[in-house]
Design a protein around this ligand. Sequence first.
Ligand code: PLP
Length: 392
Amino acid sequence: MAKTESMSTICIHGGDVKDALGSPNMPLYDTTTFCFDSTADLLEVVNGNKEGYLYTRYGMNPSIKAIESKLALLDEAEQALAFSSGMAAISAVFISHARRGIICIGEVYGGTMQLLTQQLPELGIVTDFMEATDLQQLEQRLKLGVDLVFFETPSNPTLKIIDINQIAILAHKYGAFVAVDNTFASPANQKPLKLGADFAIQSATKFLGGHSDLTAGVVSGKAEHLDKVNAWRKNLGQIISPEIAHKLARSLSTLALRIERHNTNALAVAQYLEAHPAVKHVYYPGLPSAPNHQLATTQMSGYGGMLSFEINGGGEAAIALVDNLHLFSLAPSLGGTESLVSQPVATSHFGMPEQALLQRGITASLIRLSVGLEEKSDLIEDLEQAIARLKA
Ligand code: PLP
């Protein structure tokens, strides 16, 4: 398929592997291995002289190859690698491309933070944290020599926007790679590789899977960079399973459609909350009042389904509000068809030192919404009743 196809068309047809029996869907190759007629045939595939399938953990399975080619088209990448989870994808990039250290900009998912601060130092991989983008400070640190600059945009949970292109130009000047966690945006709203990043990483558990029923991850980039990532994936056993690859293919066929609705619903909810007197602050890059709204508008094609807000009344009011909601279910995830709510201090960022939380604006009164695909007026009504009951 030509790379100029539109997102919806790629979602449905991209990476198609035609089935010999005529099924419009990629069949599930529920197998761990593939059989050969002779040793000579097997060696042709093992030596890479002939394209073929060999062993599922190596990624050499048609269901996995098919999902990877669709994911590569969505990311406008040379290649994509599918993983068993978002954390598997993130850790494979860190381990394969960050021996001389990492610069992490802004706030990141709590699990990523734990990996950077607790596990990777045990392997000698150290991370230098920058709270916000300060190009001068970044350049000073790059001069000291690091391999990788990593960040999320929009970030979890306060939806900060970082200029991917600006960081990529500076990092490349000093020979560092740039990896962007694109989980909150999804490739339907943002394409980090086109903006200069070397790796686009996503938890496919979220918007790509889209139904809160699968766990997976993806890393996209140039084939020459992904070779090393692939080697770690293979021997750490981080491959996506064929069953999940098959399920993810079905989810991706509606990605563009779902994201359009997530974008519309989240903007409506953000506008409603911004106008509400009980709400202290709303974090959503689609609001004209948001810092970096202009940057979000140039680097994203939609603002996404995630938003956070602070309610007046502190942590107790936030807990009461979350408990008062009916349509928004309390759960530590995002990106599904159903709307979810969580308090980052109790979920995604639980256990982070208080000082680090406050530096990132993650207060006890911060509430994160993953706005789903329900009717937006129903979602707003649910928030309305939940806030109204706070005063009672
Ligand atoms: N990146 C972000 C922004 C996330 O929110 C999460 C999980 O919530 C992850 C990565 C990790 O994804 P997974 O749970 O699929 O390992």
